[in-house]
Design a protein around this ligand. Structure first.
Ligand SMILES: *Cc1c(COP(=O)(O)O)cnc(C)c1O
Length: 471
């Protein structure tokens, strides 16, 4: 399997070559040169597999330059009941006739990002042991990505994590989850600024090629291709759980921010999984919903980006979206480059009136809906009363969007976090404080380890250089 850039530049690369990166050298995103497809016999066989076996099959189709036995071993160590709470890893919970939840949030940090990040940690470690190298991971987080990355990389000998977070702007639970880690290879950097400033520092450091090479800087952001591929697995798992034969069709509703999760659903569909609708659910930050309704993609400014009660979906632009547009335009890299140039210049591009946009829903199954704060609270309350299941605010956006699109088969809503992470919103909606897993009781009272730095590229570079173990 070769990987190419959505902007058409650079030479094709292997999975191992793109593992530590997501961004291609020409500014585009790495993407499989084609999507692997399954034949009916293989698809039938997959129905009977455990999560780890299924993950080995799916990831193996993309990571075909890693020996299969080694991949199987890494994956079987990753997806265990000990780490993910159940041997099913992603249990399916029917809620009503034709509607169910696929529970993706029982990993170490109680959000779906653990599923990809845990395997990424193993893949990175394996690659570094083999090359004899070390890696300094640099990231910025508004909450869930940072903790998922730290829990996946903690204690790994060849890896250090430098995670920037906006000081005082995460929930107390999210803050404590990250800052209470005592592992010597984890460096929490609280930036005196907002998330966008932290993100800009990461970008600036990544653009300094000499620094990046000297300090062996890598990233684990949502455009990392291996993360996308690891997320494809549970679309298959959810399909098998909600159906009894491979002739049936399902739909998925996906709480979306950077378009990584739902893009993985698109990949599963391109591989041949019978998905009717992929429902892209957004909150008030509706840049994606606006595109699927109108054909206009208009990135928001930082000032236009609202703080909502589903904060992990508060985005101004969707970083994985370019991969879908590449497919939508029949992989015409020149057109993609031109659109992203226009986006950089004018803040938007417009595909309304094109034949590609007119055929989008029919060809690719994408539809969308947006939820407000009031709708989120009402959905959390109604779901608890009608089914006895408590959902988090992001999953509530997914459930609310799902309502509008009844298809031929079951609608599977992806549960992207547990309510315990967002206790204040849940209590406001239901009057009930969500239970938290035993290992998180007293979390906020534990000692915290972090440094505070100003929003300065130079100060962050200096800190990394002094703590990289490479100076
Ligand atoms: C990251 C995240 C999302 C958004 O996922 P994308 O892959 O960025 O679209 C939704 N819900 C939760 C809880 C998240 O942590």
């Amino acid at each position: 399997m070769n990987y190419i850039s959505t902007r058409g530049g650079g030479a094709p690369a292997s999975f191992s070559q793109i593992l530590l990166e997501g961004l291609a050298a020409d500014g585009g995103l790495a993407i499989a040169a084609h999507y692997p497809t399954l034949d009916a016999a293989e698809f039938e066989r997959w129905r009977g597999l455990s999560y780890a076996e299924l993950a080995t099959e799916v990831i193996g189709k993309f990571a075909d330059d890693l020996p299969r036995a080694r991949l199987a071993e890494l994956i079987s160590k990753t997806y265990t009941a000990e780490v993910f709470g159940t041997s099913e890893i992603t249990p399916y919970r029917p809620l009503a006739e034709g509607l169910g939840l696929l529970r993706l949030s029982n990993g170490p940090t109680l959000a779906f990002k653990d599923i990809a990040m845990q395997v990424l940690g193993r893949l990175f470690e394996d690659s570094l042991v083999r090359s004899g190298g070390t890696l300094n991971i640099l990231g910025a987080t508004s909450g869930d990505t940072g903790s998922a990355a730290e829990y996946a990389m903690r204690g790994k000998e060849r890896i250090r994590v430098f995670m920037l977070s906006p000081r005082g702007r995460m929930s107390p639970f999210q803050t404590a989850q990250m800052y209470s880690l005592a592992d010597a290879n984890i460096f929490n950097i609280a930036i005196e600024g907002v998330f966008d400033e932290a993100q800009d520092i990461v970008k600036a450091v990544s653009q300094d090629a000499a620094f990046k090479e000297r300090l062996r800087i890598g990233t684990v952001n949502s455009i990392n291709w291996a993360r996308v591929v690891a997320q494809v697995v549970y679309y298959f798992k959810g399909y098998f759980a909600a159906t009894t034969s491979n002739r049936e069709t399902v739909s998925f509703a996906v709480p979306s921010g950077n378009f990584g999760n739902i893009y993985a659903g698109h990949v599963a569909r391109m591989m041949g999984l019978p998905i009717e609708h992929l429902v892209c659910a957004t909150n008030e930050n509706d840049v994606l919903d606006e595109f699927f309704r109108s054909g206009v993609y208009r990135a928001r400014t930082a000032a236009e980006t609202r703080q909502t009660s589903s904060p992990s979906m508060d985005i101004s632009k969707a970083s994985n979206f370019e991969r879908f547009v590449f497919d939508l335009l029949d992989r015409d890299a020149e057109r993609v480059s031109a659109l992203w140039e226009e986006l950089a210049r004018t803040g938007q591009f417009d595909l309304s009136g094109t034949p590609e946009f007119a055929s989008l829903a029919g060809r690719f199954g994408f539809v969308s809906a947006r939820s407000s704060h009031a709708e989120r609270l009402a959905t959390i309350r109604a779901t608890l009363h009608e089914t006895g299941v408590m959902v988090d605010p992001h999953t509530a956006d997914g459930l609310n969007a799902a309502r509008a699109f009844h298809g031929a088969g079951p609608m599977i809503v992806l549960e992207t976090a547990l309510p315990a992470k967002f206790a204040a919103t849940i209590e406001a909606a239901t009057g009930v404080v969500p239970e938290r897993p035993a290992r998180f009781v007293g979390l906020e009272e534990r000692p915290q380890r972090y440094v505070v730095l100003p929003a300065s590229v130079e100060k962050v570079k200096d800190y990394i250089a002094r703590h990289s173990g490479l100076a």
